[in-house]
Design a protein around this ligand. Sequence first.
Ligand code: COA
Length: 535
Amino acid sequence: MYRIKSQIDKTSQTYLANKVAYTEMMATLHARTSSVINRETEKSVLKHKERGKLLARERIDLLVDQNTPFLELSTLGAFGKYENQFPSAGIITGIGVIQGKETIIIANDATVKGGTYIKETIRKHVRAQEIAMENHLPCVYMVDSGGAFLPDQANVFPDRFDFGRFFYNQARMSAAGIPQISIVMGSCTAGGAYVPAMSDETIIVKEQGTIFIGGPPLVKAATGEEVTAEELGGADVHTSISGVADHFAEDDRHAISICRNIFETIENKEKQKIDVIPVEEPYYDPKELYGIAPVDLKKAVDAREIIARIVDGSRFQEFKARYAPTIITGFAHIMGFPVGIIANNGVLFSETSLKGAHFIELCTSRKIPIIFLQNITGFIVGKEYERKGIARDGAKLVHAVANANVPKFTVVIGGSFGAGNYAMAGRAYDPRLLFMWPNAKISVMGGEQASDVLIQVKRDQLKARGKEMPQDDIDKLKKSILDKYEHEGSAYYSTARMWDDGIIDPVDTRKVLAMGIAMSLCKKWEETKYGIFRM
Ligand code: COA
């Protein structure tokens, strides 16, 4: 494959100014991430440690194989919500390697409101299970939770993807041969009791783990019986009397080592075959992405410059390089894995959509994962394009993206606006993982366009009544919409609500994608079958 020839001038004002702005963005990302991870001085953390318990992330560190990475998901879940009282939404989820097997790990953080579940905690838990199901990854639940955060019950209990979904997913995964292992390291109350109870195998920590359908206060209120938590559902009771748990652990470390031993007995399933070649670092330094990544979305950035800093050896076999230049398509390798890349290089036109759809057919027939690099304002608008059938051709690309059954991974590297989001494998198109860069923005359209549309609608309404919209009202409406879109379009707003799987440092993009591809090999890929392409 040929090496991309970068045209970037690293001494240019544009590059240097971009780098300064991006460095500030990275400082914000690091500060925000650190604020949810490093909380050693908080009262609840001190209390947790005094009890001899390890913190959720320390538990995960011990669980995964040494010197292997843990890909944490949605670290900034619930960020900026609930006065930041739920760091990481009170739960740590991610993909780690245990005894050589890619595994989904779901660990409650008991230092956050007793590990109880708000809406975002539920979403993180269910999302992690979805990833496990889609990729056939075993699940380890490190349980330490008071169950539902009771004031938020309406948002956590009744709906299809709420609390009850955890146990449904566990039953379905167990039936599909996806191992479900629980380590009870603290409370498992009420519905939470079903996490270990629905697992294939369960470990519980002495004088620390408890499992009960109703805790001591509830039992007292309901029946008048007075009982301690330990007598009601401690490790001794459940491993010697009830049999609800299978293994008795002396402490957190012991419990984790039992879990690792269990993993020695889990079968190694046959993986999806893919032709892997030796890893080559990019020829162009990925750190240069700070000088290139689109900070100002109004300025065009050649997607090849981004690709050159993500793929092995900066080598890229471009497909249809001379045709429909607003989408870049081609093959490359990431950490030795073959990938097809689709990256925006401007607005989507009819021919762009056809080129994208054609390339997706190549990837699905050759069984190559697809990476979508989103930086898209949307489809072209206007009389000429509607008459040429932009909606019909755009639909072909959306159809191909939706039905492509090779693993898809999406990174929003710039803007993600309107139907461009759909055509480029936005969240609704089930990419296996979706990440944002800190500069990324996502909304139904840009703030400017949305305010112009709304002002036009208002003007038309008033005009019909023979009135005009005063300039002052126009300015006010414009400002309020611009402010709203700026706030709601930010990567932080998105990640707080689990519209993505996390915000990543652009430099880490290739590592994160490689982990995603490795995980996707744990289940054989299904054949792709397309429906009707409207011609
Ligand atoms: N809903 C809402 N808030 C809860 C809660 C719940 N189910 N369980 C605990 N909290 C809050 C506490 O009010 C406290 O908040 P604060 O820090 O603002 O004061 C915080 O979580 C920590 O609780 P605390 O009891 O001090 O911590 P602990 O580590 O000693 O005990 C539990 C944690 C979870 C064992 C204990 O709080 C408990 O048993 N909670 C009730 C669990 C329950 O019955 N759940 C039913 C779910 S259906």
